[in-house]
Design a protein around this ligand. Structure first.
Ligand SMILES: [Fe+2]
Length: 139
């Protein structure tokens, strides 16, 4: 059973806007997970899922803007990772909607989603966004 996502200082990449958005994302993803464990209505879960996905979109747009402004050479690779994440999220959201329509417990979908989110964000921040932080500090 997964536990909450713990924020660690090693996730800081040194760009204040991006760091605070990452922290906010961790909080929202944890809210989603805690709500699943506590048991909330379909509507509440739907709203939480929407929020997490939309927040990620805003965050990626902010990150991509910085990359373009700074002429970051790995922008295409980053953008590709962001797009892959969003298409994965769309699939998860569809799976969630289908389970709601079919009256199946949506907990299963969130249980599957949560480890994906934990792994994705940890990897993406440590391996990909960190490099952006280093680049920005040098230009
Ligand atoms: Fe990123």
């Amino acid at each position: 059973m997964a536990t909450a996502m713990k924020w660690k200082d090693e996730y800081l990449i040194g760009i204040p806007l991006i760091d605070s958005e990452h922290q906010q994302l961790f909080e929202e993803i944890n809210k989603l997970y805690m709500s699943m464990k506590r048991g909330v209505s379909v509507k509440e879960m739907e709203d939480l899922l929407d929020f997490v996905i939309n927040y990620a979109k805003t965050h990626f747009a902010d990150e991509e803007k910085i990359m373009q402004q700074k002429g970051y050479p790995e922008y295409p690779e980053q953008k590709e990772q962001h797009e892959k994440y969003l298409s994965e999220m769309q699939k998860m959201q569809e799976a969630f909607n289908e389970s709601v329509e079919a009256n199946i417990n949506f907990k299963d979908v969130i249980e599957r989603l949560f480890p994906y989110l934990c792994n994705w964000w940890e990897n993406h921040i440590l391996k990909t966004d960190k490099k952006l932080g280093v680049f920005v500090s040098q230009v």
